[in-house]
Design a binder for this molecule. Structure first.
Ligand code: MN
Ligand code: MN
Length: 316
């Protein structure tokens, strides 16, 4: 980036090409603190597709956002070097192992350049290869907001579907299950082995009925205690939020967080060492109002602010 480059944030919000939060589009990740990435892939869903269109619509709705955080008053775009680095290219989209390999290779470049990745999905299967890159040198902690644990095993013969990324990440040694917390789990299942795997592997699982018992502040305290001060990834499945607020997703479950609770939950993670984050499962074809994508974009902004806070704190 050069200082004479046009800043799309200077234009009216309805103008210019839509990038994530109107950040500059930069293909070279060198020198960035946070790289915002799109992964337009939904070839691993077990139910309704559409999340492949998530990055494009989140970019569009993110044009509504502005710079300065209303609580912290931090402007993440001046406090850190932030850019939209485009989408991961997936030339072998019908080959799941090839998709995993290509996503991991892209994020290995981002991490290798010293940038923290902030991603818009895509279905939740994309988080497994992202974590393979983010956690390649040491297992990271994980805060997952989701209606589902996504720790099931094979579905229709495939281990790489969107209900399995965190089981695969534990097996790969790239997340530490003892530093993992899953928040907002709910809805009936046909089998309990995903729930069981999470608990048996040492993860902390906070079901939604337990959120009601602890209260939001109690849940934030649990999350902070579980991950501690080590490097932590935050994965936000939009179906963690109630379908009243976020109908545009493939596997909706009623009884979820409100959008206000979701913002408070993410803001409650301030000060943790957030080394990467994503928002996944926004499915624009199921989202006629655009509100789900707007909510996804807004959560992404909140995650950006967490990551920039970590970057500022990490500086000497
Ligand atoms: Mn989910
Ligand atoms: Mn999920």
């Amino acid at each position: 980036m050069t200082s004479d480059q046009h800043d799309p944030m200077d234009s009216p919000r309805y103008a210019e090409i839509a990038t994530f939060m109107r950040a500059p589009l930069v293909r070279d990740v060198t020198g960035l603190d946070v790289a915002m990435v799109g992964v337009p892939f939904d070839g691993a869903v077990t139910n309704r597709p559409g999340a492949r269109l998530g990055p494009r619509e989140i970019r569009n709705q993110s044009s509504n956002l502005r710079k300065i955080h209303p609580v912290t008053r931090v402007n993440p775009f001046s406090a850190a070097r932030v850019a939209d680095v485009g989408d991961v290219r997936l030339p072998e989209i019908y080959d799941l192992p090839a998709v995993v390999r290509d996503i991991e290779a892209f994020f290995a470049k981002v991490c290798g350049a010293g940038a923290k990745p902030l991603t818009a999905g895509g279905d939740h299967s994309i988080t497994h290869p992202i974590l393979r890159a983010v956690g390649s040198e040491r297992a990271v902690g994980l805060i997952q907001i989701d209606a589902h644990t996504d720790t099931w095993d094979e579905f229709l013969g495939s281990p790489l579907h969107h209900g399995a990324p965190f089981r695969r990440a534990v097996e790969a040694g790239v997340i530490d299950p003892k530093r993992t917390v899953q928040i907002g789990i709910r809805g009936p299942q046909n089998f309990t082995d995903g729930w069981d795997y999470s608990e048996d592997s040492g993860m902390t699982v906070v079901f939604m009925h337990e959120v009601d018992q602890h209260g939001l502040d109690g849940v934030i305290e649990i999350a902070r205690t579980v991950v501690g001060d080590g490097p932590t990834y935050v994965s936000f499945d939009i179906d963690g939020i109630d379908p009243t607020f976020a109908p545009g997703t493939g596997t909706p479950e009623v009884g979820g967080f409100s959008s206000r609770e979701a913002l408070a939950l993410v803001r409650g993670l301030r000060g943790l060492d957030v080394v990467g984050a994503d928002v996944v499962e926004v499915a624009p074809p199921l989202d006629p109002s655009g509100n789900t994508a707007l909510l996804g974009a807004t959560i992404m902004y909140e995650l950006l602010c967490l990551m920039v806070d970590s970057t500022i704190q990490g500086e000497p």
